[in-house]
Write a protein that binds this ligand. Structure first.
Ligand SMILES: Cc1cc2nc3c(=O)[nH]c(=O)nc-3n(C[C@H](O)[C@H](O)[C@H](O)COP(=O)(O)OP(=O)(O)OC[C@H]3O[C@@H](n4cnc5c(N)ncnc54)[C@H](O)[C@@H]3O)c2cc1C
Length: 322
């Protein structure tokens, strides 16, 4: 990424593995099989049980967090009309670029995507995420018409995906994702800090959800280290993340209809503007900064630097938008 160092794509399962290993190495006990149902004055509610009080509860329960109602001025999330079905398939070289997300569109109402997502474990099989954009309300009707009808339609729109469709084999390999858009006015409350999708969720068009969640976690760490008092630390955490999160939430909300909507004109504008944005300086660099999460660069204030790759890590310089 010109002027920004390297971009690094990480499979979410691999990221989860790294974080889990760090938790285990730090000796932090993990308890599974318990649903958090609420929060009350520093106490966690697990159904009929209460635990705590704790000095601080960090809410990382994602977009449907039941703890969000405890944030000041919390509003219910807005469910976006378009979502996607997506699945994971082995990577196929023929017709695809291992360093690029490739997509096919019909206006903004049809979108097929194939994204290289690396390997879940070192030495594992190279994988791709395959997705098909749809109105989540139409999902039932799509499934009712049968996998073969959908498979043939996708293959007619993008013949190179025939092996992916064979590998998927049926709708049971595809997960329906609904997207919700919400931004907490303040991601902190009394003894409570929300990070990641619990604090702000949106459609994944800009691919920033995991970056944002990691930045939140690091900002909270820095803020608590700098302040002996939890309340002041939480105020610092909110201040660290305020404008970066708001900018990206606003951009995601306004750009999503260019890629997922019934609009006739937004996709026309997109097809005119994207070739310009990817070729006319300084727009490519701004675009790179946008998709690297580096507009209003949050790294310096948090004492972070861009990714430096170790020798031997495979890189490709190109990226392509179709
Ligand atoms: C189809 C799709 C594609 C995406 N693509 C990208 C992408 O390319 N790049 C990117 O950066 N982001 C992407 N995102 C967004 C990204 O997945 C999220 O932003 C990210 O996972 C947020 O992390 P999180 O830890 O805040 O929440 P989550 O990953 O949602 O984790 C929340 C965890 O809390 C658990 N949990 C929830 N409720 C409870 C409860 N009541 N009690 C106990 N546990 C609970 C859940 O089981 C889960 O393990 C995508 C999202 C979707 C749906």
């Amino acid at each position: 990424l010109r002027g920004l160092g390297r971009g690094l794509g990480v499979h979410r399962a691999a990221l989860f593995g790294v974080l889990r290993d760090a938790v285990v190495a730090a000796g932090i006990p993990v308890r599974t099989g318990k649903a958090v149902t609420g929060f009350e004055a520093g106490r966690l509610l697990l159904g009929a049980r209460r635990e705590g009080p704790f000095d601080l509860v960090v809410d990382a329960l994602g977009a449907a967090s039941p703890l969000r109602v405890n944030l000041p001025g919390a509003r219910p999330p807005r469910t976006l009309p378009f979502g996607a079905v997506w699945g994971t398939v082995p990577w196929i070289d023929a017709g695809f670029d291992g360093a690029a997300l490739m997509q096919r569109y019909e206006q903004a109402s049809v979108m097929i995507g194939v994204m290289p997502i690396g390997r879940q474990v070192v030495g594992g099989v190279a994988l791709a995420a395959f997705f098909w954009s749809l109105k989540w309300e139409d999902h039932e009707a799509l499934v009712a018409k049968g996998y073969e009808a959908w498979r043939d339609r996708v293959a007619s729109l993008w013949p190179d995906t025939a092996p992916h469709l064979r590998a998927l084999g049926g709708f049971e390999s595809l997960t329906l994702a609904r997207y919700q858009h919400q931004t907490a006015r303040l991601p902190v409350g009394e003894r409570l800090a929300a990070i990641g999708d619990a604090a702000h969720s949106t459609s994944p068009q800009l691919g920033q959800g995991a970056n944002m969640a990691l930045l939140d976690a690091w900002a909270l760490t820095v803020a608590l280290r700098r302040n002996a008092d939890v309340t002041t630390g939480l105020a610092d955490y909110a201040a660290f993340r305020r404008w970066h999160v708001r900018l990206y939430q606003a951009m995601s909300f306004s750009l999503t209809p260019f890629y997922q909507s019934d609009s006739r004109w937004l996709p026309v504008l997109r097809d005119v503007l994207v070739p310009i944005a990817t070729t006319v300086p300084p727009l490519p660099q701004m675009l790179a900064a946008l998709v690297a999460g580096r507009l209003l660069d949050p790294l310096p204030a948090l004492g972070l630097k861009g990714v430096e790759l170790q020798a031997g890590v495979q890189t490709r310089a190109s990226s392509r938008h179709i």
